[in-house]
Design a protein around this ligand. Structure first.
Ligand SMILES: [Fe+2]
Length: 262
């Protein structure tokens, strides 16, 4: 089976630029590219930072785009989101008890777990999994038994040697690791937040992240001269087999040739 991973779309009101790019125009292009080439995917997931300022108008615009998008799309929250505003617009999006935007999805004999690491509060950007959310995760992992499990969360539990994001990672990595140990067959973990394409192996668990669809966080900020940069955007095309996981990082805006500029 195949699914699509997108992250950090950072929507503003339509037409309002952010950090030198137009998030609504970028999302329009990425959704069109996915609809053109990947309609056979089982689902799409957007792993947080849906709206740059948690603006209800941005969530409303996203809802309109997804109504015309052919894939079922699961949404997650990041540090820029406002849970109450999101739930006002996406009132029937699945969630766990306590109103957290986390849920599980079964497909192809595997279990997909989408976590909500939003701490909340003005100017709070690090992430957390509180006792209630961790208990939900442990219950889901135990219930999965030996079935393959794929996890998704916005904030990584580790540093990537980039202080700008290391300072705002998941604030309770040890508790998260303890919960992960309840899983018997965790195959991979997808994350967002860092606006960069990475592969990380943390304590034996493999993780991948993706660029934002709007602006990136430069690996060498001194060289970029800014805390943000315009670098290639990408989405993930993920193929899940019985004994293999493949993540393609497709830089959809930067293909030369006949489909460039779609
Ligand atoms: Fe972000």
């Amino acid at each position: 089976m195949k699914f699509i991973h997108l992250t950090d779309i950072h929507l503003m009101a339509p037409g309002v630029p952010l950090n030198g790019s137009d998030p609504a125009a970028n999302l329009t292009r990425v959704l069109a590219d996915i609809a053109a080439w990947h309609q056979d995917a089982e689902f799409c997931v957007i792993s947080g930072d849906l709206a740059d300022e948690g603006d209800p108008a941005a969530y409303g615009w996203l809802q309109e785009q997804l109504a015309a998008f052919p894939l079922p799309t699961f949404l997650m929250l990041g540090n820029h989101d406002v849970r109450e505003n999101f739930l006002q617009v996406f009132s029937d999006h699945p969630r766990s008890s306590g109103g957290y935007v986390q849920h599980s999805h079964a497909a192809g004999g595997a279990k997909f777990l989408f976590l909500d690491t939003l701490t909340g509060g003005p100017d709070v950007h690090d992430g957390e999994l509180c006792t209630e959310r961790l208990a939900w995760l442990e219950t889901e992992l135990e219930a999965a038994g030996n079935a393959p499990v794929f996890l998704f969360l916005h904030h990584p539990p580790f540093d990537i040697d980039l202080p700008y994001v290391d300072d705002i990672k998941l604030r309770n990595p040890e508790a998260f690791h303890t919960a992960l140990r309840k899983g018997r067959n965790i195959r991979h973990i997808f994350f967002g937040h860092i606006h960069r394409m990475t592969y990380v192996n943390w304590r034996g668990y493999s993780f991948t992240s993706l660029p934002s669809t709007n602006h990136q966080i430069p690996l060498v900020p001194e060289r970029a001269g800014s805390e943000y940069s315009i670098e290639p955007m990408a989405y993930g095309v993920v193929q899940v087999g019985d004994d293999q996981l493949t993540v393609h990082f497709d830089a959809y805006l930067d293909r030369p040739g006949r489909d460039a500029g779609r």
